[in-house]
Design a protein around this ligand. Structure first.
Ligand SMILES: [Zn+2]
Length: 238
């Protein structure tokens, strides 16, 4: 039986058979994979930590015709602060869930680094969790080809001066002349916060201070748009 090694982060862990867990791992080398962790529900199981979402580790697995069974796991980071804090954990679960939806069985080094950097900022940084959620969803929209253009209307090409609308049919931002029946009007405040967060780097986000209800509205608008673009129903953040 072949042995393989990879660096990965556990996105999802579900019960499998009586004592096992089936892990979905986003790995640097292989992309998104599933692997079994045997006997992990027994009380004295050594690799219990490896069955936890957010476990970022070096894994060793045996490969039996494409069926991977984890045999060793060396933790790099547990992201314990994320798991033990409610607001941080729902934000972290959003990052994992969305990555699970958009990643495939092909390596994606850029997105792997993006995910780890967002989790590190969430674990060790001081940026507001909702600001991080907004930034992550904006990044995801870019990644799947629906990045928002904050300077010009995509229909007529004119610069945004007045009200801006998000067209839920196309996922594009439009001006007050071009908006369609299924467009959502953004308030000036929502538009400027979105534009600001989009322009800042991850480490600059700690400087963004906004009221919680304002950020919540933006999160909900982006989540609605992202669900439509991904054809899925993101369950985190409920
Ligand atoms: Zn227009």
């Amino acid at each position: 039986m072949e042995q393989i090694k990879f660096t990965g982060i556990v996105l999802k862990s579900v019960d499998y058979k009586e004592k096992d867990k089936l892990l979905t791992i986003f790995s640097l080398e292989l992309g998104k994979i599933t692997a079994t962790l045997k006997g992990v529900k027994q009380e004295k199981a050594k690799l219990k930590f490896a069955a936890m979402p957010f476990c970022f580790a070096e894994f060793v697995a045996s490969n039996n015709n494409g069926y991977l069974t984890i045999t060793e796991c060396y933790q790099i980071e547990s992201f314990y602060n994320i798991i033990s804090n409610y607001n941080k954990s729902i934000t972290g679960f959003l990052f994992l869930e969305v990555s699970c939806i958009i990643m495939q069985k092909t390596p994606d080094e850029m997105w792997f680094l993006t995910l780890i950097n967002f989790l590190k900022e969430l674990e060790f940084g001081t940026a507001n969790e909702k600001v991080l959620q907004i930034k992550f969803m904006l990044k995801t929209l870019n990644k799947v080809g629906y990045g928002l253009n904050f300077s010009n209307c995509l229909e007529c090409g004119l610069k945004f001066i007045n009200d801006v609308y998000l067209n839920l049919n196309t996922g594009e931002l439009e001006c007050s002349t071009c908006f369609g029946v299924n467009s959502l009007k953004l308030t000036k405040q929502q538009f400027s916060i979105l534009k600001l967060i989009d322009s800042l780097s991850l480490t600059e986000l700690k400087g963004v201070k906004q009221k919680d209800d304002v950020l919540t509205e933006i999160v909900n608008i982006l989540k609605q748009n992202l669900n439509l673009r991904l054809g899925s129903n993101i369950r985190s953040l409920i």
